[in-house]
Design a protein around this ligand. Structure first.
Ligand code: SF4
Length: 404
């Protein structure tokens, strides 16, 4: 069956949409044409058809996960221009969390039914491989049930430099200490021109991919991300996706593609550009059609909003991400959306899907078929820089180590 009515799409684009909807491969040039010219609803219908085909049997389900971001330091030497989170070394705004504060956050995550933590922080000048080994080993010793889905190629590049070891050794050691998979942070935009503009001190896009490919080869899978809306061109957005797809053809190690939008507050770009909702939905749809080799596609309710997150489920996304028991990074740049488990379940159901809690590898832990049986724990709430349990402390009261 044709994905869209032929008369609504250019005759040159219709066969491309149909091929992609049927699971066939489209070229980067074709993806760009679809992104720029295909009617929005036609694009969405084709992407939804591709999603349904990929998940035949469970296509009625959309997933979410309960996780916590744990920000261990905001001290960073890399000074990305879109980032509102970091403080340079020696700044009086710099902080680092003590290990016992990190472990307390892990304990709360377990208490609230969270299954995953995302360890996320700046490139601290003193944090080499040993710091991550110590942290991951301590977390796994106390909470072996927590999946550590954390870091990305940029942190690996940085920690290897600090410790004077190879990328392979850094990855092997943090894996042995407890890292389960990479979150794929730091991809931002991989093509050279926009990356140089927004993150001039970060490793190149090619290097980011090389490190992720090495990680996949060493048995650590990852997700992949894309930051939209910092002034990149349409062609550069598609090129970013091409670069990831090429690596995926070799490794199969990317579990998901997660585009999200630039937040304009408190950073050097000063809100110069931002992706619109329609651009975001078009990327979600083209992402589903272009990535014939990546399973999962996540809607980012945190950056684009809850209704846009719901819409993304009709444009090819199969997952709505995390409740986020704690988030400090994109919220520092202006993302103010908050949710909770009951609301995420409601959002998914209101979008016409059956909600299911998943784990890091997308296994369904609980399928919420019957609203009468929905979980009712109202403590499972997304927080800005605060702890989730009553009696927990808020951000300013946490133990803070002075930045050097
Ligand atoms: S995005 Fe990460 S690497 Fe870049 S400045 Fe912020 S904390 Fe540092």
């Amino acid at each position: 069956m044709s994905a869209v009515a032929p008369e609504s799409v250019g005759s040159d684009l219709q066969p491309v949409l149909d091929r992609a909807a049927a699971g066939g491969r489209i070229s980067p040039e074709e993806a760009l044409e679809l992104y720029v010219r295909a009617p929005l609803h036609a694009l969405g219908r084709a992407a939804d058809e591709a999603r349904r085909r990929r998940y035949a049997g469970t296509e009625h389900i959309a997933t979410y996960i309960i996780e916590r971001n744990i920000n261990y330091t905001n001290v960073c030497v890399t000074a990305c221009k879109f980032c509102a989170f970091y403080a340079p070394p020696k700044s009086d705004k710099g902080w680092s969390r003590e290990l016992d504060e990190i472990l307390r956050r892990c304990a709360e995550t377990v208490e609230l039914g969270g299954t995953q933590i995302m360890f996320q922080g700046g490139h601290h000048p003193d944090y080499g491989v040993e710091y991550y080994e110590r942290s991951f080993a301590a977390i796994k010793a106390e909470f072996p049930q927590l999946v550590i889905h954390s870091l990305g190629a940029s942190e690996v590049e940085h920690m290897a430099k600090v410790s004077g070891v190879s990328i392979e050794e850094a990855i092997t050691r943090i894996k042995a200490a407890g890292l389960d998979s990479f979150a794929g942070a730091g991809a931002e935009l991989l093509p050279a021109r926009p990356r140089q503009v927004i993150a001039p001190l970060k490793e190149s896009g090619e290097r980011w991919l090389e490190i992720m490919e090495t990680a996949h080869g060493l048995g650590l899978e990852s997700t992949s991300t894309m930051l939209m809306g910092t002034g990149e061109t349409n062609a550069e957005r598609i090129e970013h996706m091409r670069m990831i797809r090429d690596v995926q053809d070799r490794t199969g190690g990317f579990r998901a593609f997660i585009p999200y939008t630039y937040q304009p507050e408190n950073n050097h770009l000063k809100g110069r550009t931002q992706a619109t909702l329609l651009e975001y939905l078009r990327i979600i749809a083209v992402g589903r059609l272009f990535f014939d080799n990546v399973n999962h596609l996540q809607g980012s309710w945190l950056t684009v909003g809850k209704e846009a997150g719901q819409l993304s489920l009709h444009y090819g996304a199969d997952d709505l991400g995390s409740v986020m028991l704690e988030e400090n990074v994109v919220s520092s740049a202006g993302a103010k959306h908050r949710s909770n488990r009951m609301e995420l379940i409601h959002l998914i159901r209101a979008a016409g899907r059956v909600p299911a809690q998943r784990d890091t590898t997308y296994n369904h832990l609980a399928v919420h078929e019957d609203p009468a049986q929905d979980p009712v724990d109202d403590r499972v709430v997304s927080h800005l820089a605060s702890t989730a349990l009553e009696g927990g402390t808020a951000h300013p009261e946490l133990t803070i180590v002075e930045a050097r």
